[in-house]
Design a protein around this ligand. Sequence first.
Ligand code: SF4
Length: 222
Amino acid sequence: MGKRLPMQGEKTIVGHITDGLGKIAVALRNQAWEGGTVRRLTPTQGQILVLLGERKGQSVRLNDVASALCLSAATVSDAVITLVEKQLVKKERLAEDQRALVLTLTAAGRREAQQTAGWTEVVEAGVETLTPDEQAVFLRGLTKVIHSLQGQGVISVARMCAGCTYFQPYVHADAARPHHCGLVNKPMGEGQLRLDCSDYVPGEEADQLRRWQTFVSGGEGR
Ligand code: SF4
């Protein structure tokens, strides 16, 4: 009798995909540790710098960072104390609410954030090997996986198109760009779905559910 193909092992495709996502997470973590060792930053400190760099011009509080990175407020607080000591991050009071402290990057922090953002390049190179159609399918798949993680309460609310009040799924006949972003008033394709949009507005729960159902059903019943 011939040998069984390894693919015919006990694992389902769900198990294989989960393994794959785990390997991507390990690659990112390894890059973060390697880059961080050179720059004397932990992965958490690096993630905070990148996040503050991405949210430049917005009022980012400690809780916003904890929520975006799925970390506890205590973990973020410890990392921020170190970043302030390293003069990479500043804590400032909000002009309109003197009790609120917001986090901003110093000039050195901005430089460091740019270097640190390069940690994801290896994964980006991998994603770039996918065709545009494969990337769009992958992005849609990630949207659904993240939505499920959100529903299970293991990550905070992601600022994704699929949950945004401006998102109108499957309102256009053009199969390449069936969705619509009401904020910019433009059609959008699957490859343009956002997983973290600074203009995201959640809206009413019932509307979110209706929007999500239309999105996952591929627009059926509209
Ligand atoms: S505002 Fe942002 S999250 Fe909302 S639909 Fe437009 S692109 Fe998507």
